[in-house]
Ligand binder design. Structure first.
Ligand code: ZN
Length: 75
């Protein structure tokens, strides 16, 4: 099962979008890179974290994305 890159919730594929059932985030499969950037920028605005903290979380997210991608590709 795919996971939302933002909240980690369940994501369903509704062509041509992937839609998160929890937060409503929707994106095309090929747009994950854009989603990552958008999510990070939104977090920065909302939380106001330090750059170091954001970069640390971004690295964690990248690992999560990698896992997510690999699971998807396995199907
Ligand atoms: Zn979500």
């Amino acid at each position: 099962m795919a996971r939302c890159p933002d909240c980690g919730g369940e994501v369903k594929y509704k062509a041509p979008f992937m839609v998160c059932l929890d937060c409503g985030l929707s994106f095309k499969r090929g747009e994950l890179d854009n989603v990552k950037t958008t999510v990070r920028n939104e977090q920065k605005k909302i939380v106001g974290e330090s750059t170091e903290e954001i970069e640390r979380k971004d690295r964690e997210r990248k690992r999560a994305y990698h896992d997510w991608y690999m699971k998807k590709e396995d199907k």
